[in-house]
Design a protein around this ligand. Structure first.
Ligand SMILES: [Zn+2]
Length: 383
């Protein structure tokens, strides 16, 4: 038995087809074909909205879901980080309920795959029973050189917990340039050769100031947490050209946020290709929530880089709903077409996570999920 779905338009993952086409799938949601209405035969189901493949959320932290409505908005990254660090502890029951609700929200609003940052194995049980695909980025941090080996070893114990058949797509990843020492970057480079990694990049201008001349608001953060940075020597360069060359072993890198990336940084990346592929993840609502800043999406588009999208966590977002991210990009960047933004949220995300053989586009044989978008709202039709 087949399902025949006729919407107002079909977004295939890469392009928007006009009305008059019918998407044909198996009962299980495996794509069979897209055909003109005249060839579809009987029993066609009508949809008022656009049909799209399921969304790929390239950046989330499901384990922080209990921080919903707990972190004040628009106070800047340094205050944000301190608030999250001090507020992330909670009892197991509270975390369990919050993660479950957040995962349901993601799924019902059309997300089928998630790139998820993990500091603990708190979310393992959830992923074990989830209909969604999860890539776990086991986060490593430590800004003092002396603790580097111990911090890596501790992250590896979390990685081992995820190293079970239902959650085997897990890799180590650096947290951010302001929280990882040069030595720890070096260790991570060795450990992640040929793998997919993720990093929070240039989420605030203070990150550039730190590397350019050891100034800016991060000094306050280190002082408040008692982190001794006396041995830190600034590179004299911006953050991006400092850390990117640390990875020279064919990694695929998802650089997240990029709120304060420059043309100079992007030109640098174009000439330093020791990585396998580079993806720029836009989390526009999180940038508005934390820094009240917009990511330079126009600049990224002009440079023709690979863009993907993520919600970030409930510590810094009002929803975990990819369509809200699409809507926000449309609102602030009205010149960018809906099809372009949806491509970032589907096809590009699937490529970045290395799951495009199954997700991200309506191509025969794939099972990417089917989402209806109507009046800016997305809902899962089936998956
Ligand atoms: Zn994040």
């Amino acid at each position: 038995m087949y399902r025949k779905l006729k919407p107002a338009a079909i977004f295939t993952g890469t392009e928007m087809l006009p009305s008059g086409n019918v998407l044909i799938t198996s009962e299980e949601g495996v794509i069979a074909a897209i055909v003109p209405e005249a060839e579809a035969g009987d029993d066609v189901e009508l949809f008022e909205g656009i049909l799209s493949p399921g969304f790929v959320n390239a950046h989330c932290h499901i384990e922080l879901s209990h921080l919903k409505n707990k972190v004040p908005e628009k106070t800047g990254l340094v205050n944000f980080v301190q608030k999250v660090m001090s507020g992330r502890a909670a009892d197991e029951e509270e975390k369990y309920i919050a993660m479950k609700a957040a995962a349901s929200e993601l799924f019902d609003s059309g997300t089928v795959a998630v790139g998820d940052i993990c500091n603990t194995s708190d979310s393992l049980w959830l992923k074990q029973n989830s209909p969604m695909y999860w890539h776990n980025f086991i986060e490593v941090s430590g800004f003092t050189e002396t603790g580097a080996a111990a911090r890596l070893a501790s992250a590896e114990t979390v990685l081992d917990k995820f190293n079970v058949p239902y959650a085997k797509f897990s890799t180590l990843s650096p947290h951010a340039p302001y929280s990882v020492s040069e030595k720890l970057f070096g260790l991570l480079n060795e450990k992640t050769a040929g793998q997919l990694i993720s990093i929070h990049n240039q989420e605030t201008e203070a990150e550039n100031e730190l590397y350019e001349n050891k100034s800016g608001r991060f000094l306050e953060l280190y002082q408040n947490f008692g982190i001794d940075i006396s041995s830190f020597v600034p590179s004299g360069k911006r953050s991006w050209p400092t850390w990117l060359p640390y990875f020279d072993k064919n990694q695929t890198i998802i650089s997240v946020h990029n709120t304060f990336i420059s043309q100079q940084d992007l030109s640098f990346a174009a000439f330093n290709e020791k990585f396998a592929a580079l993806y720029f993840c836009v989390c526009i609502n999180a940038n508005l929530y934390i820094e009240n800043a917009l990511p330079p999406i126009g600049l990224l588009v002009e440079n023709n880089v690979n863009i993907v999208m993520g919600t970030d966590s409930y510590a810094s977002n009002w929803n975990l709903n990819m369509m809200e991210e699409v809507n926000a990009v449309q609102k602030y960047f009205p010149d960018i077409s809906l099809a372009t933004i949806l491509r970032w949220a589907t096809f590009n995300g699937a490529k970045a996570l290395g799951i495009d053989q199954m997700y991200g586009s309506f191509v025969a044989g794939k099972r990417p999920g089917v989402v209806e978008i109507l009046n800016g709202v997305a809902r899962r039709i089936f998956y």
